[in-house]
Design a protein around this ligand. Sequence first.
Ligand code: GAP
Length: 453
Amino acid sequence: MAKKPASQMDVIVSLCKRRGFVFQASEVYGGVGNTYDYGPLGVELLRRVKDAWWNRVVVERSDVVGLDSAIIQHPKVWETSGHVGGFSDPMVDCKLCKGRFRADKLEDARCPEKPSKRPGECAGELTEAREFNLMFKTTLGPVEESGSVAYLRPETAQGIFLNFKNVLESARQKPPFGIAQIGKSFRNEITPGNFVFRTREFEQAEMEFFVPPGEDQQWFEYWREARYRWYVDLGIDESKLRIRDHEASELAHYAKATSDIEYEYPFGWGELEGIANRADFDLTRHSEASGTDLLYFDPQTKERYTPFVIEPAGGINRMALTFLIDAYEEEQLEKDTRVVLHFHPEIAPITVGVFPLVKKDGMPEKAKEIEAELRRARLATFYDEKGAIGRRYRRQDEVGTPYCITVDGDTLSEDVVTVRHRDSMEQEKVPVADLREYLEEASRRWVRPAPKG
Ligand code: GAP
């Protein structure tokens, strides 16, 4: 029987496991549904995505500062924000197999018993839809009673609103200015899936940009463009990227307008990041409910007002998955096919592979010396002396390492190494003394290669 070709997602999932990007969580106990651990390369990829986001949104600007707020906040926060009453998805049960599905996403769901059918299309009848709240509940302290109920945050944004005044006063900012935060969020999703695209525990990168009312539309457009540009600058294929404005009926309860940056995944177009105009909804609600005034007083105009908020909100895990999928290529060469991840050098988990050509004549020692020097310069390296040099290059191509350095006879006699470029596979001789500068310059000049097909 002919083997069924693996789907593009299966190929990515298998590469992630084989090369140590992502593992099934609690695997030795049979795994826990749709929950994942990040291995040595995965954790480096996440770190680089977070750094690239933080550098663009915070470090490169004078009008955005950072925050790290608690995951567990006062339970009233989530009543005021509307999450206790309204953060839910419509859910239906199958009376036959007891499977639970999102009523508004039945076209994407499969019957667990008969995967060729959708829920309701098999013998099972579906219940009426009812609202299911997505927040995880827990209890505070050593008692389990209703008074001690607390929630794991479903978004990082609320911690930012609660600290608006603290930051305003301590960081000497004034609107327009932003507060950024990266951290874990939790949602008890009815149907998690598509690998790490939708999980119950994930990391968010959010920024709340506080602006004078009346300037909100211009800043909404500014951040929509700036966030789209970040993905393109990091090499994402623009033909798979689009901005989609929400219809009025789709808008969240807090939003005046929202645009999603969407990517064309192997399973279809999906939201990568949302940019919302939250107007003055959150600060007004928290001011009213807490009794603490969260207004801004402008000392120049002597005006007091509640700032409007523009919010770019993305998921770090979803970004990392998108970079992985987008970078993946099975490139047809003259004699064979090579698997390569064309990561932008800024997000590649390993920057340089360092190889001695052979395991003798002092080459391993010299290669280790060069590797140690590069590590001291904070470049992520990987030393490999096993197997034919061509195979070592291919192993690094598969995890997206942009450069490999080979130490050979010329290194010992003339202090020059061979630098091999991942995308073009071209090789160049470079003096050891110039190596760091050479690699930094190559990374600065990197452009995404056209697919070879
Ligand atoms: N504060 C606004 C907010 O949280 P959202 O559209 O619900 O907006 C923002 O979430 C981003 O967080 C999404 O665009 C997505 O990248 C990520 N995200 C949301 N739910 C997720 C989940 N269950 N798993 C992984 N990422 C998720």
